[in-house]
Design a binder for this molecule. Sequence first.
Ligand code: NAD
Length: 463
Amino acid sequence: MEITMQTLERDLNDTRGYYESGKTKEESWRESQLKGLRRFLLEKQVDIMNALMHDLGKHQLEAFRDEIGTLIKTVNLALKSLKDWMSGKKAALPQLALLTSAEIVPEPLGLVLIISSWNFPIGISLEPLIGAVAAGNAAVLKPSELSPACSSLLASSLPTYLDDKAIKVIQGGPQETQQLLEQRWDKIFFTGSARVGRIVMSSAVKHLTPVTLELGGKCPAVVDSLSSSWDKEVTVKRIIVGKYGTCAGQACITIDYVLVEKGYCLKLVELMKVWIKKMFGQNPRKSKTIAKIVNKHHFSRLKNLLADKQVKGSVVYGGSMDEQNLFIEPTILVDPPLEAAIMSEEIFGPLLPIITVEKIEDSIKFINARPKPLALYVFTKNHTLQRRMISETSSGSVTINDAVLQYAADTIPFGGVGESGFGMYHGKFSFDTFSHQKAIVRRSFLTDFWYRYPPWTLNKLQL
Ligand code: NAD
């Protein structure tokens, strides 16, 4: 659907009118939309994979693991749980309120706007949409212009699977997004950078629109010097797949940098080199298992991070680039200067700085001196260190002894804190994010007490 200011308001009025008709609140409507989403994912699986290959060079396995498969799991959970999620939940009341009951009833928010990023262009678009329709809202989805094949697939195909009076896909970049942000919404769900998150939030002020911001940042992995060779290997494999094997490190929860004790750093790097070769071959460019960098702008941004004179000398592995194919080899750096851009900006690519600390516990201070990350990874068998990492640092999530897989868990909330955003979703949390929890109190006429009515007298206070 092309966006023009003349038609936008009229279209949104129609969508809002349709929401107000009550249709989207019906359980049968929600169920049919969820089934429509599932059919889209199943029937268009090949088209989705082709679009992800076109936009990001994503291998089919990654496309299924991180987007299609995860979404099918989410939609199945929503279908299975819909009745339960929609039902009111009894709440306890103080004894004083005789013959009174209370309940919490979720109600949809209304017309919601979902703005998504390019790195998981199907997953990040549809994961919140599943929550929005399960909760009974009408929704407008604005995918990223930087993943054009995926955006146009969503815009052309989704309406044929869903009720297009209630669910729209609008394509466009910053200008179109700002036009959308000028409108009145009942919720804005944004995935992207903190920079644009600030723009979204300031637009939301006008109508006091509630906002969820799913942002990014620099996610650290703290790697303890594990003793068994199996543990060491598993750690290294999980770091590699969580970095280079997840959209070539272009993921909000990828490992941005590693913290390790000085004495263990060399061993870690050596092991990483071995496993990078085992996973991606001697010539990773030919392996077709590493995604490409999304576009020239991001390629140059990453190139510049490495081109920094102070940083160059810290590259201990990789570093080669193929501009024509937008490919960057898995790259490891040891101790680049902390004031360099590579250590102050979110990397969002296959460059992995390893920062050495004297003692692994020093990582806590290092992490706390920086903005709160979306995810923290801790590889250790030391339970005291695990506990300290959880209780003495703040982040959207902590995963012990693995990376990135928390994204697929729909029983825990996904979301940031501080600079990495606020609000949460996935599973039932998505349904709640797009619902208002309405408090209901039911009273009987049978009991009534004289002391709760004026005139106020002091003896009433003593009762
Ligand atoms: P971005 O902020 O540049 O773009 C996000 C969306 O905002 C896009 O749809 C884009 O069209 C729109 N946009 C861009 N500039 C705008 C402007 N000036 N005014 C209004 N709208 C504008 O982010 P991105 O490059 O698409 O994604 C990368 C960022 O997203 C990273 O920081 C990453 O960590 C974060 N991210 C977070 C999550 C998460 O779940 N927390 C997931 C994926 C990506």
